[in-house]
Write a protein that binds this ligand. Structure first.
Ligand SMILES: [Zn+2]
Length: 311
């Protein structure tokens, strides 16, 4: 016999299931940044609209942070000034606008979190109308917002420091942005490893995403290096103009005539072919990320140390 009540219940469950797991809008973080991210003259040497084409090595990192990607953990190990935090800020904007949910942004210290909030997160929100319209001005009454908390429809962004166990235990989060993890203390207020404490916050979300980035510090004691070694260890490669071989651009292959550092050029490690500075756009345009290791679970994949040769 056909059980109407039960089939209705099944339908309700099915639609809830569909709603809960429905993919977020088909837009990637890099698409979002190209459309909506504005760089202010205060925070950027190149103010104006964000363009991923200027830093093509960041495209895959941002694509992996998108709701359309199956990656759960994204590890980005690279030198300073490469754009690690900018990728994360674009992700923050994307989350507020397109894939809302609770998000935790962790800096090495609470003081650092206040600084990043004031100088970078506020600039991100204020310069993009789509974000400014979703996050209430903290100066307005009942905005619910403070320097370390930004509410928006469907979510909230909490910022804290890895030195605050209280901050790290704040609430369950779907998104976790762990910035400059090599600057984190080994222990948060006597409660253990700050990364482990933060990751526990995301345990209840099946569609969680964690972004870990840092400049590596001491070899063998580096959090980001350890995370990288557990990943599929992607490296950024460019094709040689002369022999076509894809290689990483490493500092040891940058050479210049004695006393003329302005004539520095990259030498292909395979054929010694010379690529002066003017070749860079073409090299980058044809670049790719290549995994150097296999990982057991695909969702735990990911990383990229980067085009770090010249900082
Ligand atoms: Zn070559």
């Amino acid at each position: 016999m056909f059980d109407t009540a039960e089939s209705t219940a099944a339908l309700v469950v099915q639609s809830a299931w569909k709603r809960g797991l429905a993919p977020d809008p088909i837009l990637t973080v890099d698409d979002w940044a190209n459309r909506h991210r504005m760089l202010s003259s205060v925070a950027s040497a190149e103010p104006g609209r964000w363009s991923t084409s200027r830093t093509p090595y960041l495209a895959e990192v941002m694509a992996s942070l998108s709701a359309t990607s199956g990656f759960e953990l994204v590890v980005f190990m690279a030198g300073g000034q490469v754009g690690k935090t900018e990728c994360g800020l674009n992700w923050v904007g994307y989350v507020i606008h397109h894939a809302p949910g609770p998000m935790l942004l962790v800096q090495p210290t609470v003081e650092g979190a206040k600084r990043v909030s004031k100088q970078r997160v506020d600039a991100l929100i204020e310069s993009s109308p789509e974000l400014a319209s979703r996050v209430k001005d903290p100066r307005s009454r009942d905005s619910g917002n403070t320097q370390l908390m930004k509410e928006f429809p469907g979510g909230v962004l909490i910022m804290t420091g890895a030195n605050s166990a209280v901050g790290l235990r704040s609430m369950p989060v779907r998104y976790l942005f762990l910035d400059e993890v090599d600057g984190y203390p080994g222990d948060a207020d006597g409660e253990g490893d700050p990364v482990a404490l933060a990751v526990q916050r995301a345990a209840t979300f099946v569609n969680r995403k964690v972004y870990l980035c840092s400049t590596p510090t001491l070899k063998g004691f580096s959090r980001i290096e350890a995370a990288y070694l557990e990943s599929d260890q992607r490296v950024f490669e460019v094709p040689c103009d002369h022999c076509g071989q894809f290689s990483q651009i490493l500092w040891r292959d940058i050479r210049w005539p004695k006393g003329k550092i302005s004539d520095a050029a990259w030498h292909c490690p395979a054929c010694d072919g010379i690529h002066p500075e003017y070749c860079k756009p073409a090299l980058l345009a044809n670049s790719r990320w290549t995994a150097k290791a296999e990982v057991m679970a695909r969702r735990w994949v990911f990383t990229c140390p980067a085009y770090t040769a010249r900082g």
